[in-house]
Design a protein around this ligand. Structure first.
Ligand SMILES: Cc1cc2nc3c(=O)[nH]c(=O)nc-3n(C[C@H](O)[C@H](O)[C@H](O)COP(=O)(O)OP(=O)(O)OC[C@H]3O[C@@H](n4cnc5c(N)ncnc54)[C@H](O)[C@@H]3O)c2cc1C
Length: 475
């Protein structure tokens, strides 16, 4: 007889594991299946985010930033150090141990919440059954009242840029380099390309980023993108816009990358080439014939706003469904689905999902850009505040960038908040909360912010919306 669960979750990434945990908290009998394999062959829960994405990239961003600050900024603070030495092996060891602690934490959380974690491949069969193939090839069929598909995404590969994992690599490989490439090429100036480019630039690589689009960071507010481009250029990231890569070949231990821009065809030679042109939904081997689960033309599992697939009691969440490919978006979908399954209230506010780029300076935003508001035709007002006027940012020697608030003229609603500067990813949480509660700009203006903190920049930008900034010149 097959085992019967209330809920089976396929995939234990940041969408799947929260779904399983919340289902456990809701006193449902739940199993979560994953087949993840690390580069050393070991198994881990946590998906892309914990093992090959958010966490290892942030570990290396932190280490490389400390190195760069020690090299270029400590002297300004009056701290003299002798010859600075970089130990990449130790840096990578720390990265690996951070990842191990975090993915091990998922197993511990499963235990604490009564979730049965299963290592193996899960395949949805018709009739809410799941075929599990274990690492030894043994098969068993599980039954569930509800199945949640959370199989995530994988990197997009380019046809004429053949991935070999050594010279032409993806983001995961680029997080595990054991030496610093003298010349690094990155295809794609998106979030992942910029973060990885920053890590290796700080550690000494000469970095060239090739971006096919003519515009830099088109998803961000225009003023923020302009400011970011200026900083990245100063840091030595050579970002070539409108550069379309047509081929890459490995020869003599290097990669020749052919690209075309407005000036014509060029060849760039690098020691490693990272392809960071986006990710695609992963559904290989997930759906047996006849399940009725539909994919759209781009390969995403079709769902409604509550992540229902249209097949009774089959749900799908995270990167494998529409919406931004972000860990926190998947997490909220997982929690929503587990609560709906338990008969409780569940909803995701897709209008208020923050985005963060963990470069230096950091970039973070929520809501609409000024360009989007303008295009929508609603009369608006804008306030900005530079970190150069922030006492805390000055004290930190991190006074770059600014905060910007875009608000409606008619009812003062906060429509978008954009930050480029120190700890922007942390600062944006205030704006997310404000927008979640439909705050007016005046609500932020009347909220006391501790002094001296970076958060005062958001307060002052909100005041500047009505030309009431105290610590900045109102324009
Ligand atoms: C380098 C990098 C940096 C990133 N940084 C950030 C960041 O800072 N912030 C952020 O929000 N997002 C970041 N992301 C994106 C983030 O990692 C994803 O949005 C997130 O992991 C998606 O979660 P998920 O649970 O949908 O899928 P995944 O994390 O991809 O997990 C899916 C899981 O399902 C398993 N699986 C798939 N099919 C099956 C099957 N049939 N049977 C069993 N198991 C299966 C896989 O093994 C995997 O463990 C980053 C991504 C990368 C690559």
């Amino acid at each position: 007889m097959s085992e019967v669960y209330d809920v089976i979750v396929i995939g234990s990434g940041p969408a799947g594991y929260p779904a399983a945990i919340r289902a456990g908290q809701n006193k449902l009998k739940v199993a979560c299946i994953d087949e993840w394999k690390n580069t050393d062959g070991s198994f881990a829960f946590g998906g892309t985010c914990l093992n090959a994405g958010c966490i290892p990239s942030k570990a290396l961003l932190e280490s490389s930033e400390l190195y760069q600050r020690a090299k270029d900024e400590f002297a300004v603070h009056g701290i003299k150090i002798g010859a600075l030495e970089l130990d990449l092996a130790a840096m990578q060891k720390r990265r690996a141990s951070v990842v191990k602690v975090m993915s091990g934490g998922v197993a511990a959380l499963f235990k604490a919440n009564g979730v049965t974690g299963i290592q193996g491949h899960g395949r949805l069969l018709p009739g809410n059954r799941v075929l599990v193939t274990g690492p030894d090839g043994a098969e068993k069929t599980l039954e569930a009242k509800h199945v949640v598909l959370a199989s995530g995404s994988v990197p997009v590969r380019l046809k004429n840029v053949p991935h070999d994992g050594k010279y032409i690599v993806d983001s995961w490989n680029a997080l595990e380099f054991d030496s610093i490439p003298a010349r690094l090429g990155v295809i794609g100036a998106g979030v992942i390309g910029l973060e990885l480019g920053s890590v290796w630039r700080r550690l000494g690589s000469e970095v060239t980023v090739l971006e096919a689009l003519p515009q830099f960071l088109p998803m961000t507010d225009g003023a923020i993108a302009k400011e970011a481009q200026r900083h990245f250029k100063k840091q030595g990231l050579d970002i070539k816009l409108g550069a379309k890569v047509s081929a890459a070949t490995v020869a003599g231990g290097a990669v020749d990358v052919v690209y075309t821009d407005a000036q014509g065809e060029h060849t760039l030679t690098v020691d490693k080439l990272v392809v960071a042109v986006g990710r695609r939904p992963f559904t290989e081997g997930l759906l047996a014939e006849g399940t009725g689960v539909r994919l759209d033309e781009r390969g995403f599992i079709e769902v409604d706003e509550h992540c229902r697939t249209g097949v009774p009691n089959v749900w799908a969440i995270g990167d494998v469904v529409r919406g931004p490919m972000l860990a926190h978006k998947g997490k909220e979908e997982g929690v929503m689905v587990a609560d709906l399954i338990a008969g409780q209230f569940g909803e995701v506010n897709y209008k208020v999902i923050p985005s963060v780029i963990y470069t230096a300076p950091e970039i973070a935003w929520v809501g609409q850009t000024e360009e989007q508001v303008k295009a929508g035709g609603r009369p608006y007002k804008v306030g900005t505040f530079p970190f150069s006027a922030s006492g805390r940012a000055r004290a930190m020697e991190a006074a770059q960038g600014f905060a910007k608030v875009v608000s409606a003229k008619d009812d003062d609603e906060v429509l978008g908040v954009h930050v480029i500067g120190p700890m922007a990813g942390e600062l944006i949480a205030e704006a997310v909360l404000a927008m979640e509660y439909s705050a007016s700009t005046e609500d932020i203006q009347r909220t006391i912010h501790a002094h001296p903190t970076l958060s005062e920049a958001i307060h002052e930008a909100a005041l500047a919306v009505d030309k009431k900034a105290i610590d900045g010149i109102n324009r």
